[in-house]
Design a protein around this ligand. Structure first.
Ligand SMILES: Nc1ncnc2c1ncn2[C@@H]1O[C@H](COP(=O)(O)OP(=O)(O)OP(=O)(O)O)[C@@H](O)[C@H]1O
Ligand SMILES: [Mg+2]
Length: 590
């Protein structure tokens, strides 16, 4: 685990403190003895001066020094140390540490360093080992008396006292320093905790921000720099949250736009890696894995698209537009427009937009086919009329038998032209919504019977049996009667046309819950499955030659589909080759 800040601060402060205290301790203790000795010497000097003053006064009053041995003992007791009184020639007259008998055996002290120095300079100092007392002593000596009576007064103090005192002081200093150390330690820890608390708060806030949680706010109430930092951090957190909200909102808008677009959109970066792909494009290329982060060539497996991207990302061109053919799962034609995203003239990526133009292309083709078909259908009867008219003019008029036959052919072709033109006009009107429909309640039974009546001649010629399956009280539907009759006529006409002799045609009226369903079934040639989806297109005929032979142009079912749709209904067909065909459509109740 990483050391926490308070501990780190405490450790740093403690190391400094320990170093400082050790230095202080060694400095104090090393100088303590010198100070103490100095102080002792000064005390000794003052005391010896006092005693000398007392002795000089006695000599002045009495002219001599009475009983120096007793005097030395008395001063020794008062001063608390060893006192020696010497004559000027170094003979020991009195010593507080020796009895009168012992005095007799003491050797002359004239040679002692402090004595000589005292006589010479007025103050003698010496530190040495005393043979008399067997210990280290500090000596101070001063001369006393006048011309008649004089000598040297000497104080001695054992150095062990000084050492003991110094040792006592050392331990006091040590205890004081240890106390200072522990107090400082506690204080430092307290300060560190106080300082690190707001820092900890801010670190937690930063961590929360990094993990996306912007709800935290540090509780720093101090008005110092830490408080300012806390405020700045809180402010920053608020601003980041606001920015993130803005970005999320923008992203949601962009997502909504891209998702609702019918066009496919893909954005790739400079390396050709997909950054964004909308659902429409995923559907177009059957992408069921998340495409973001993959190379576009892996996802959109199309050589034209890859070539386009290559050109936009590497070449100098900024725009490109191409038609792309997709063969799977169904054939589609896409118009792909691409633009390269550049920064400082360098390609940073590219955007491709895919428009599905399959339907547009199909409609264009239908229109072209329509024009070709119309021209073709018109040309045949017109050519025939022209041919026969010319033949008549060139002399056939004089041959009444042929003239009659040719005039008949001219009339039939004119009829065909008229019916074709009528069908085309009807279709054009219905498609453009210009054919007004008048909706009224229509009784279906009489309408069906009337339409069958129109086709009666053909039905009986082919010996076709018509079966009606209409409920007794046939329902009334909401319809434009004339247009509905057109629907029945076309469907019944087809049924008769494409059913061989002795076939059966069944008309069923099936009242459902919401709609009435009308079925016209035959037992005719039927329609192959491949043609089924196309038979409602204009001019579409399964067997062109045969249909034309039967006088058909392929417009009938197209008109049926549009009229039924105009009624809000739907046309369906079920058929198989050789199995007959069943056309059905729905109408609403009146
Ligand atoms: N009942 C049916 N049985 C078999 N094939 C049919 C039937 N009805 C329509 N078809 C097929 O659908 C094609 C289109 O029919 P549609 O009624 O539009 O044209 P048509 O009958 O050929 O000409 P028109 O009706 O304009 O005189 C027909 O050519 C025919 O091949
Ligand atoms: Mg028809």
């Amino acid at each position: 685990m990483r050391a926490r800040l308070p501990w780190k601060l405490t450790a740093i402060f403690c190391s400094t403190l320990i170093a400082g205290l050790c230095l202080g301790y060694f400095y104090l203790t090393s100088h303590l003895k010198v100070f103490l000795e100095q102080d002792l010497q000064n005390t000794l000097k003052r005391q010896i001066e006092l005693s000398r003053g007392f002795m000089d006064e006695q000599i002045h009053l009495t002219g001599r020094l009475s009983d120096p041995s007793a005097l030395a003992r008395r001063i020794g007791v008062d001063a608390g140390m060893r006192v020696t009184i010497l004559s000027a020639d170094g003979k020991v007259l009195g010593d507080s540490g020796l009895t009168t008998e012992e005095l007799l055996s003491v050797d002359n002290h004239a040679g002692r360093a402090e004595v000589q120095e005292a006589l010479r300079t007025g103050l003698g100092l010496s530190r040495r080992y005393s043979n008399t007392l067997k210990k280290d002593l500090l000596y101070v000596a001063v001369p006393f008396g006048n011309a008649s009576t004089s000598g040297v007064l000497r104080f001695a103090m054992p150095m062990s006292d000084v050492r003991l005192f110094a040792e006592g002081l050392e331990s006091i200093v040590l205890v004081a320093l240890v106390l200072v150390f522990f107090l400082s330690l506690a204080f430092t820890y307290l300060v560190s905790v106080l300082v690190s608390k707001p820092l900890r708060e801010m670190s937690l806030l930063a961590k929360a921000m990094a993990s996306g949680d912007f709800s935290r706010a540090p509780l720093i109430l101090s008005g110092d720099e830490l408080g300012d930092l806390g405020d700045a951090l809180t402010n920053m957190s608020r601003q980041i949250r606001a920015r993130i909200n803005d970005i999320e909102e923008e992203k949601a808008k962009l997502d909504a736009v891209l998702s609702s677009m019918l066009e496919g959109v893909v954005l790739v970066d400079a390396r050709g890696v997909i950054r964004l792909m909308n659902p429409a494009l995923r559907k177009l290329f059957f992408v069921d894995i998340p495409p973001e982060g993959r190379r576009s060539v892996e996802v959109i497996r199309n050589s034209t698209v890859s070539a386009m991207l290559e050109k936009l990302l590497k070449g100098p061109d900024r725009f490109d537009e191409r038609d792309v053919f997709v063969g799977f799962p169904e054939e589609r034609i896409l118009k792909v427009s691409g633009v390269s995203v550049r920064s400082a003239g360098k390609p940073e990526g590219a955007v491709l937009v895919f428009h599905d133009i399959t339907e547009r292309r199909r409609l264009e083709k239908v229109r072209q086919d329509f024009v070709a078909n119309v021209s073709h259908e018109l040309r045949t009867p017109v050519a025939s009329i022209k041919g026969y008219a010319e033949t008549l003019l060139e002399g056939a008029l004089d041959d009444p038998q042929h003239a009659r036959e040719f005039a008949g052919i001219i009339r039939d072709n004119s009829d065909r032209l008229v019916s074709l033109i009528n069908d085309l006009l009807d279709l054009a009107k219905i498609e453009s919504g210009k054919l007004p429909m008048v909706f009224m309640p229509v009784d279906l039974r009489p309408l069906v019977l009337r339409c069958l009546g129109v086709l009666e001649k053909n039905i009986s010629r082919k010996c076709i049996q018509v079966s009606l399956d209409i409920p007794g009280n046939s329902p009334k539907v909401r319809a434009d009667e004339d247009r509905l009759a057109q629907v029945f006529l076309n469907l019944l006409d087809n049924a008769v046309k494409y059913t061989p002799d002795q076939g059966v045609i069944t008309v069923r009226i099936l009242p459902g819950e919401e709609h009435v369903r009308i079925e016209i079934a035959d037992t005719g040639v039927g329609i192959p499955a491949d043609d089924l989806p196309r038979i409602f297109e204009r001019f579409y005929r399964v067997d062109k030659a045969r249909s034309r032979e039967l006088g058909g142009t392929g417009l009938g079912l197209s008109i049926v589909k549009h009229i039924v749709q105009g009624h809000g209904g739907e046309v369906k067909v079920v058929s198989a080759p050789g199995k007959g065909a069943t056309f059905s459509f729905t109408l609403s109740y009146a």
